[in-house]
Design a protein around this ligand. Structure first.
Ligand SMILES: Cc1cc2nc3c(=O)[nH]c(=O)nc-3n(C[C@H](O)[C@H](O)[C@H](O)COP(=O)(O)OP(=O)(O)OC[C@H]3O[C@@H](n4cnc5c(N)ncnc54)[C@H](O)[C@@H]3O)c2cc1C
Length: 488
């Protein structure tokens, strides 16, 4: 039966939910506080340069293709398959390139870091096995439904779980496999793909490397923002209505049922509400206090980011689309984030340059640099005071490692920090991926995709199950739409 469904927020999960629910025949209205769609997955033109402002790593493109198929629309989404994943730079001058071609990558790790090729193959096999065993259980279905634990696949996963070294941290497992600290640092870095600490996160988080190293690394042809625009265009074709520049102020319930959504431009009647906004924002600002699930919302938050967008009047041949300049002391860096709650003075720097694959993103002879370091989430909610100081550290490190004087080439600049991320997306403390995965029970301590108390309220997006990042956000929309279909 057709329902009036209100979706809060047009982040990637809100957009994917709109497509799935619109295609199922429901009347869908998306209410978005900003004057643009996409939430964190947005872009900006500054002078002669185009920048993706948020996500830059694109994996699992089949999840986008699935939405195109479901929508039955003719719109095309084009992307490139990358033959290089990332260039890595260490302070002592060691450099290394990661390739999706396993043989080429293992040879590179052997030649540059002295590991056996077999150790690399075993690592990639571990992440593939983990994905095969528990990927579906943890990522594609609700963890809060008993029936999902009572099937053959789950039984097999639970039987094989010992193979996944659940009692080790990611760092312990990677140290046991590799002899060179630099290799450990390289594989540990995948913890930051969901904003976690490899010295605390379970070995299972090595599953993330499977996406780039075994499935493949990709780049949308026109930049990451193409994802947002493609999903938005599909949903519009399905008749989804957008109320832009409109903030949801209250979700009004009666007898534990939502019946109205109060927005900055009036009330909207709703049979069902799907929230794609940060879960803490929803419970603290939009719902009655009696629903507040304290334990889940007080979990440790994932990392945030400090990003500089630079128009650079020079081409750097040693850089590719994705580049990492590692910190000298990774453990001290993560302790700084999660224990001391401060940025680290020698940060790992990520430089993304989309003009390497989409030359129109920068003028000829120039490059569009997205320069990001991880920083703790902003618990105080106050404006960030360390931007200038960290910019100094970043510039010094880039100059040191790339042997350049980067300041003289920067012709335009913009900045994003945890405070601004929260202002623009309502993400708690500007965390990028909701809760961290810094303990082995984290997956079970993420909020479910439906409310246990409000019968017609659902949740999708990076702060709920199955977790942060574009692929998991898309999967949360799938879980939500399946739950709604079951009940309708
Ligand atoms: C700098 C950065 C780098 C990242 N890098 C990557 C990466 O490389 N790869 C990757 O996969 N992921 C990455 N991520 C994470 C990824 O962007 C997010 O996990 C994902 O985009 C979250 O999508 P979402 O659907 O949860 O919603 P969000 O993008 O958080 O959007 C929520 C939307 O809801 C709206 N909203 C909130 N409250 C209200 C309200 N009360 N009323 C109306 N509207 C409301 C907001 O305005 C916003 O548009 C990165 C994020 C950032 C910021």
């Amino acid at each position: 039966m057709q329902k009036n469904i209100v979706i809060i927020g047009s982040g990637v999960a809100g957009l994917a939910s709109a497509i799935r629910l619109g295609a199922a025949g429901h009347k869908v209205t998306v209410v978005e506080a900003n004057d643009y769609v996409g939430g964190k997955l947005t872009a900006k033109n500054i002078g002669r340069y185009r920048f993706d402002m948020g996500p830059s790593v694109f994996t699992m493109p089949h999840l986008i293709e699935e939405l195109t198929v479901i929508s039955k629309q003719e719109l095309k989404f084009e992307y490139l398959t990358l033959d290089k994943i990332c260039n890595y730079f260490y302070e002592d001058g060691t450099t290394l390139s990661a390739y999706p071609d396993k043989e080429k990558f293992a040879t590179e790790v052997h030649n540059k870091l002295g590991e056996t090729k077999e150790s690399v193959y075993e690592q990639l096999k571990y992440s593939a096995t983990a994905y095969e065993l528990i990927g579906e259980l943890f990522m594609e279905q609700s963890l809060h439904k008993l029936s999902n634990f009572l099937n053959l696949k789950t039984a097999k996963a639970l039987l094989n779980i010992r193979k996944l070294k659940l009692n080790k941290t990611m760092n312990e497992a990677n140290n046991a496999r590799f002899k060179n600290k630099k290799t450990v640092q390289l594989f540990n870095r995948f913890a930051t793909y969901n904003g976690s600490n490899p010295f605390k996160a379970p070995a299972l988080i090595n599953i993330i490397a499977h996406l780039e190293h075994n499935i493949g690394a990709f780049a949308p042809k026109g930049g990451m923002h193409d994802i947002t625009m493609h999903l938005y265009n599909l949903s519009v074709k399905l008749g989804v209505e957008y109320k832009m520049n409109t903030r949801v102020i209250k979700v009004i319930t009666e007898n534990d049922l939502v019946n109205n959504v109060l927005t900055s431009s009036g009330e909207i009647k709703a049979d069902i509400v799907v929230s794609g906004a940060d879960i803490k924002h929803v419970y603290t600002k939009l719902l009655d206090k009696k629903y507040y699930p304290t334990k889940i919302l007080e979990q440790e938050k994932s990392l945030s980011g400090l990003i500089f967008y630079w128009g650079v009047k020079k081409e750097f041949q040693e850089l590719s689309l994705h580049n990492i300049l590692f910190s000298e002391n990774s453990e001290a860096e993560f302790n700084s984030f999660f224990k001391d709650k401060t940025p680290y003075h020698d940060p790992t720097i990520y430089i993304n340059i989309t003009s390497k694959v989409t030359p129109t993103d920068a003028p000829e002879g120039c490059e569009n640099w997205f320069v990001m370091i991880n920083v703790p989430h902003n618990a105080s909610g106050e404006p960030i005071h360390y931007v200038k100081e960290m910019r100094k550290q970043i510039v010094a490190k880039i100059n040191r490692v790339l042997k350049t004087d980067i300041e003289q080439y920067i012709e335009i600049e913009d900045v994003l920090d945890p405070y601004l991320i929260e202002q623009r997306t309502s993400s708690s403390g500007g965390s990028l991926y909701g809760n961290s995965s810094n303990n082995k029970y984290a997956a079970f301590l993420r909020h479910a995709n439906s409310s246990s108390k409000i019968k017609n309220m659902y949740f999708c997006g990076g702060s709920v199950h199955p977790g942060g990042g574009i692929p998991l956000g898309l999967l949360s929309a799938k879980i939500v739409s399946e739950m709604i279909a079951e009940k309708s």
